[in-house]
Design a protein around this ligand. Sequence first.
Ligand code: 5RP
Length: 225
Amino acid sequence: MKTQDELKKIAGYKAAELVEDGMIVGLGTGSTVRYLLDALGERIKNDGMHFTGVPTSKRTADYGANLGMQIKSLDEVDQMDITIDGADEIDPEMNGIKGGGGAQTWEKLVAVNSKQVAWIVDESKMVDQLGKFPLPVEVLAYGHHQLVERLDALGYNPVVRVKNGETFHTDEGNIIIDLHMDHINDPDALADALSNMTGVVEHGLFLHMTQTVVVGTQDGAKVLT
Ligand code: 5RP
């Protein structure tokens, strides 16, 4: 029986095959993406492969640069050929929840500027319905207490994210409110409602933007398209 970590590695290494020489590649964030970066780092070292990586977090930028990747900001490129990122939950329509690592705003900005998007996950992330994983919402710190009250009144069970005993801050200096909803019946309606709330920077519903999912399973990598 392979561990969850081993399944993440299977997905990350398989997805590295989607990257071709000369591409501009959006690089996601998280523990599964680390394996992707390791695999790409090996190809840089062993095969002399060259590509430009556009990271979705400072963590990914540092990790990729240490492996010899050319790193550019989203502002320095026009469009990504492909973006490969992790996810927290994926439903059968390839809609997902992201932001477990708090990077969803940069992740979505890079994804929507990509010709194609692929997600890499271990099989536990594949679900019938989104919502068991708390939905991350990045908000401005200013006025967030009132925003928590509004989200609470809507029945979304908001909890301000805390890490190591301190309020968590994103790379943009904002905070994350996790919505403990258990199930999301209408992801499109919820996405619209959240996007329209003043103070919300970006939410972790990634809908209708992914064409490929590489799943690490006990039987090896499965590529869904
Ligand atoms: C970070 C993300 C990650 O991609 C997501 O949380 C999955 O992480 P992991 O691969 O560590 O399980 O959205 O904001």
